[in-house]
Design a protein around this ligand. Structure first.
Ligand SMILES: [Zn+2]
Ligand SMILES: [Zn+2]
Length: 371
């Protein structure tokens, strides 16, 4: 009798892998034999087997295609006693029974983790994201940040192995490999794969590390120095390899990503590697010219205002901007001068300005226009 794996998992025929994975996880948790009420043990176990069978087929592209074409009968062996033959459920069940819920993730990985996951049930540690805010001065110089993380690390007591004492695995006699027979419509295949009892390690734990509860990983605080290069931009992410969470079962560690935010600056406005600022100048400075001191991101510098400078003129200070992240170049600093009209005058200033007003211009505006 053909089973409808899609209905079993409650997904549609064109469900994606993620959807199938989700549906499977939910159902497998629900019908896990450990959770069965006393009077429903058999029922739960059957259901659990069916769910696993469905997931094992639908999570594997080849098997799914075969199933879509021929139905679940195509997986049944001659007698069809235990139904699905392509995946050894006695392994799954015994792992559940020996390991209980802790092994659930491992089996899950075996089903969905792709080739790598099936090869050895180790799991890569999670990546971590850390957000940090730096100043524009930090961008100019580059900066070292000491950041504090609370993350999973290899347990120092058992060195990430989850146990202190090990014995040779009697299922695979220490080789870590086991032969399994796979029956398909195309013939019988013998395949050597990792031993499911020892996850291909060749040894079995005899105890459970008390520090980490056998997980091999432990959550601890860790401080890390992060070197943020000069020239970084808002929203950039630095990747620090291997500083994420520790992997399980000898899996590699995840990466740490540091997301950079740059605080607004009270004076400077950033435009790529260039910096902009506005400086007030007086009427006399504009008319007569002057040398004025302006702030730069790396200290102070002098800008020469030539006589007769108009308000809102922009002066370019070469290479006084920010360093470029990808080259040895520096951006520029753009100084806009803004003519400030005084609103309060001393008596003396007022007298001088009145004198200036009396002074006949060489040629007035009206004369220039009308001749
Ligand atoms: Zn073994
Ligand atoms: Zn430990």
């Amino acid at each position: 009798m053909s089973k409808d794996y899609y209905t079993l998992l409650g997904v549609s025929k064109n469900a994606g892998k993620d959807e199938i994975k989700k549906a499977y996880k939910k159902l497998a948790m629900k019908y896990h034999p450990d959770r069965a009420p006393e009077d429903k043990k058999k029922e739960y176990e059957e259901k659990f087997k069916e769910i696993n069978e469905a997931a094992a087929v639908l999570s594997d592209d080849k098997k799914r295609q075969q199933y879509d074409q021929f139905g679940s009968d195509s997986f049944q062996g001659g007698g069809g006693s235990s139904g699905f033959q392509g995946f050894d459920f006695s392994d799954v069940m015994s792992q559940f029974k020996s390991g209980g819920f802790g092994d659930f993730e491992n089996i899950f990985d075996q089903l969905f983790g792709g080739r790598e996951g099936r090869k050895n049930s180790s799991r890569k540690g999670n990546d971590l994201l850390y957000e940090t805010e730096i100043t524009l001065e930090d961008v100019a110089q580059g900066v070292e940040k000491n950041i504090s993380l609370n993350k999973l690390e290899h347990c120092p007591q058992c060195h990430g192995k989850g146990a202190l004492q090990f014995e040779q695995c009697h299922h695979c006699h220490g080789s870590g490999q086991i032969k399994r027979t796979q029956r398909t419509p195309f013939g019988i295949f013998q395949q050597t794969g990792p031993c499911p009892y020892c996850h291909g390690k060749g040894e079995l734990a005899q105890d459970s590390c008390s520090d980490c509860g056998g997980e091999g990983v432990i959550r601890r605080k860790k401080n890390i120095d992060v070197s943020i290069p000069a020239g970084v931009e808002e929203g950039m992410r630095l990747r620090i390899m291997g500083e994420g969470e520790a992997g399980y079962n000898g899996g590699s560690s995840g990466n740490l990503y540091v997301l950079i935010h740059i605080a607004d600056h009270p004076i400077f406005e950033r435009e790529n590697d260039n910096l902009h600022l506005t400086i007030p100048i007086s009427f006399t400075q504009a008319v007569l010219g002057d040398e004025i001191e302006v702030p730069t991101i790396a200290g102070k510098a002098i800008v020469t205002i030539p006589p007769g400078t108009q308000s809102e003129t922009v002066f370019r200070m070469r290479e006084k901007g920010l360093p470029s992240l990808n080259s040895k170049n520096h951006g520029d600093q753009m100084v806009k001068v803004h003519l400030e009209v005084p609103t309060k005058l001393t008596k003396k200033q007022k007298e001088l300005l009145l004198q200036l007003k009396e002074e006949k211009p060489s040629r007035s505006f009206l004369q220039r226009v009308f001749g």
